[in-house]
Design a protein around this ligand. Structure first.
Ligand code: GLY
Length: 385
């Protein structure tokens, strides 16, 4: 799929990833990191928050560290990665007991940990954890509206009718559960949700809403929200990428042609908006100043674009592949490859507005998706979704 100069560049970046993770995995082997503080990984596992607040050990990103370790185990065969991944997966068991801290993000949490572990080692405890999480996710399905409820109630109120675009990355847990058990219910729910997202989130121009509120009793759209983006009607870039790669995930598991076509439509909108320098803003429709950026969106988009390139014919392939390469080369140049910083990707952003207006800092899934994209380009990736 790659030209020689691109292949050499991929090999050199994978060499840098391998060297960095060799050191960082040792330093952080007892942690579940989310970001860095003065260059050192923080630790969500020991943050003393539980219960209704989905933070601390129940934080939605707590599967990505395990995922990075499984990618490294697959790449190197070094048993230390498996050992550390196992430990981080076991730490997540506390969330099943807490329960209230869990919501639709159980896919983000248990696909890169338990499903990954089960795929690689057939660990029966991992299978049990993943099926448990899949049942929790299926239990959030709203029959009237045909959507999976996103969050539990927030401080600002009732979210019984809320669905969010990010959930396209959670529903592969349901596809996996059907593939594993033969019970079609999980896949039926996942496809109903994906169909609702196709009709209610994806706009005609290929951009997507972050949050859609449905009537939880009768179905039908009540209103939309800008969510983590600039405003209602804007285009939060990470949300565009949850949709772009998310529809590819649904296509990979179902073969439903409309999912591929929807992923391509979102990709065309996304590619048309990539700036000359390949640096992705927080929102494609934000004001020119402040110039907020989000490198995590670039990494996720690259993964989705590579998957599209793999699914389409030869005549179309380069379009998607070249866009992915542009994003990934820009990320490589902007990364911190030194031993001074535990994260690779440095300029992730949470949300445009308060209270999550932390901008241009390291976020663990920036590293995860950058690594996933590079291994995809190498051609021997461990597909975890
Ligand atoms: N899933 C929440 C986020 O992308 O920040």
């Amino acid at each position: 799929m790659l030209q020689n100069n691109d292949r050499n560049w991929v090999d050199s970046v994978i060499g840098k990833i391998t060297a960095k993770l060799d050191t960082v995995s040792e330093k952080s082997k007892h942690k579940i990191p989310y970001t860095t503080v003065n260059g050192t990984h923080d630790d969500k596992a020991t943050q003393n928050v539980s219960g209704f607040d989905a933070d601390g050990i129940c934080w939605w990103t707590n599967g990505f560290w395990g995922g990075m370790l499984w990618l490294m185990y697959h790449e190197t065969g070094n048993g230390k990665y498996k050992e550390i991944a196992n430990r981080s997966e076991e730490l997540l068991d506390k969330c099943f007991q807490d329960f209230y801290g869990l919501h639709h993000d159980v896919g983000f949490m248990w696909l890169p940990t338990s499903v990954a572990n089960y795929k690689v080692t057939k660990n029966p405890d991992s299978r049990k954890r993943a099926l448990h999480a899949a049942n929790l996710l299926a239990g959030r399905f709203n029959l009237a509206g045909g959507f999976i409820r996103a969050w539990n109630d927030l401080d600002e109120g009732d979210t019984r009718g809320w669905a969010i675009i990010d959930c396209m990355f959670n529903i592969p847990l349901l596809y996996w559960a059907t593939e594993e058990t033969g019970d079609p219910r999980f896949k039926q729910i996942a496809m109903r949700h994906a169909d609702t997202v196709m009709s209610s989130f994806v706009r005609p121009d290929g951009s997507v809403h972050h949050i859609v509120e449905f009537d939880p009793f009768n179905g039908g759209v009540v209103r939309t929200f800008g969510g983590q983006g600039y405003a209602d009607g804007s285009s939060w870039t990470r949300g565009q990428t949850w949709a772009l790669y998310g529809f590819m995930m649904s296509y990979i598991h179902t073969g439903k042609e409309e999912y591929l076509q929807t992923a391509k439509r979102i990709a065309h909108y996304f590619m048309a908006n990539i700036p000359e320098d390949g640096v992705i803003p927080l929102d494609f429709r934000q004001p020119a100043e402040p110039k907020l950026e989000d490198d995590t969106a670039a990494a996720i988009a690259a993964c989705g674009l590579i998957e599209i390139a793999k699914a389409v014919g030869e005549l179309e392939r380069e379009l998607y592949l070249n866009a992915a390469l542009k994003l990934l080369r820009a990320l490589d140049e902007r990364s911190d490859w030194s031993d001074e910083n535990d994260c690779i990707i440095q300029r992730g952003s949470e949300a445009y507005h308060k209270p999550r207006n932390q901008h241009h800092h390291a976020i663990i899934y920036g590293d995860y998706y950058f690594m996933e994209a590079m291994f995809k380009l190498k051609g021997n990736d461990l597909y975890l979704w």
